[in-house]
Design a protein around this ligand. Sequence first.
Ligand SMILES: Cc1cc2nc3c(=O)[nH]c(=O)nc-3n(C[C@H](O)[C@H](O)[C@H](O)COP(=O)(O)O)c2cc1C
Length: 148
Amino acid sequence: MIAPTPSALDATGLLRLVYASTCVCGIAERDVRDILARSKENNFVLGITGMLCWSGEFFLQCLEGPRRPVTRLFSKIASDPRHADVELIIAAPTQVRWFDRWAMGFTRDMMSHGGDVRATNAAFNPYALQASDLLELFERLSQSAQPM
Ligand SMILES: Cc1cc2nc3c(=O)[nH]c(=O)nc-3n(C[C@H](O)[C@H](O)[C@H](O)COP(=O)(O)O)c2cc1C
């Protein structure tokens, strides 16, 4: 997926945002597939790229794009009833997109890309990780994950 050409919206610069959240009880693969399909459509139009990680219990998502669309999307996502305890961990300006091939990438397999992020997928707990570890995880994911 190639991100749309930067527009006037990019004048305020790109923002990289990372948050963690907890899936509500009973969320199934089908729900996550629905989220992904909607995300790919919406994000492409908004010029947003990123990666969604799902451990079964937690979500961890990186959004990158023009500042205003990213913050608006994050507000919408944060009020989505399919997850709770949404914790904003990183919101930082960036010059580069890590996920320019994905309107929204997806992985369930964080740890094979995780490097120093010491945990097994079963014990993956994004709330317990340092912001620097999460950035490292996403940078590695951007290099090794395959577009879906
Ligand atoms: C963990 C999680 C991640 C999501 N990520 C995105 C996303 O990247 N883009 C998006 O448009 N919606 C995302 N959503 C869905 C939004 O909360 C919302 O349901 C959707 O944007 C509504 O789209 P619509 O206004 O086109 O119906 C996510 C939801 C969850 C629970």
